[in-house]
Design a protein around this ligand. Structure first.
Ligand SMILES: NC(=O)c1ccc[n+]([C@@H]2O[C@H](COP(=O)([O-])OP(=O)(O)OC[C@H]3O[C@@H](n4cnc5c(N)ncnc54)[C@H](O)[C@@H]3O)[C@@H](O)[C@H]2O)c1
Length: 183
């Protein structure tokens, strides 16, 4: 049976863990998350930072933040495949190239969760004949830290720029304590 571990245990992590445990009866190998509140019933080890004796799995699901992914991927891609949710990290070419190189070296794989961009597989297949792809996203202003009451255009530009301008906020106590710039 494939050993599955989790880096991150927020909304998506908890949903996937519940699905695996309850609907698929699939055990979880470990969860890495800071400040675990016990708001989901886990019978696997929970660690707040990477522990090489504990954080072992065939597949590690990253569902934390792009910054956490960039801090942690090197520990994992040396020995595990990763299913990555924080796709905006790949707008950083330096990170992307280092991650691909690690996979190449260690024979591991990265799986990208296309999520809200339905049809991404079709776009990927047709990439040689497409010149442009336009995506329009409508979001609750609160998710961008705004309080608009009327519908407005907040950003118009490349997806790469959007990824860099609007990374999800890291909730960990270390970031909050030091007031790191993405908060
Ligand atoms: N690809 C997709 O389809 C898709 C869709 C929605 C969200 N996302 C992305 O998935 C990620 C998770 O989304 P979410 O809604 O579950 O977010 P969330 O805010 O609910 O959870 C984030 C989790 O990150 C974890 N975390 C924070 N700091 C950490 C650290 N230092 N080490 C380990 N874990 C840490 C915590 O467990 C926290 O609960 C985000 O990057 C989000 O942008 C992807």
């Amino acid at each position: 049976m494939t050993q599955v571990g989790f880096l991150g245990c927020g909304k998506i992590g908890k949903t996937m863990i519940r699905h695996l445990k309850v609907r698929a009866d699939h055990p979880i190998a470990f969860v890495q998350t800071p400040n675990f509140k016990g708001d989901i019933n886990l019978d696997c080890p929970v660690v707040s930072t990477f522990d090489e004796d504990v954080c072992k799995a065939d597949l590690v699901v990253e569902c934390a933040t792009p910054d956490v992914l960039k801090q942690q991927y090197q520990y994992y891609l040396r020995r595990s495949d990763m299913l990555i949710l924080s796709l905006t990290a790949f707008s950083d070419d330096d990170f992307a190239n280092k991650a691909y190189a690690l996979c190449e070296k260690h024979g591991t794989n990265i799986f990208l969760a296309h999520g809200a961009i339905l049809g991404l597989d079709g776009i990927f297949d047709a990439r040689d004949i497409l010149n442009n792809v336009t995506i329009e996203t409508v979001k609750n202003p609160k998710s961008l830290g705004r309080s608009d009451t009327d519908r407005t255009v907040f950003f118009n530009g490349s997806t790469r720029e959007a990824c860099q301008l609007m990374p999800p906020k890291c909730q960990c106590s270390r970031c909050h304590r030091y007031g790191w710039p993405w908060l």
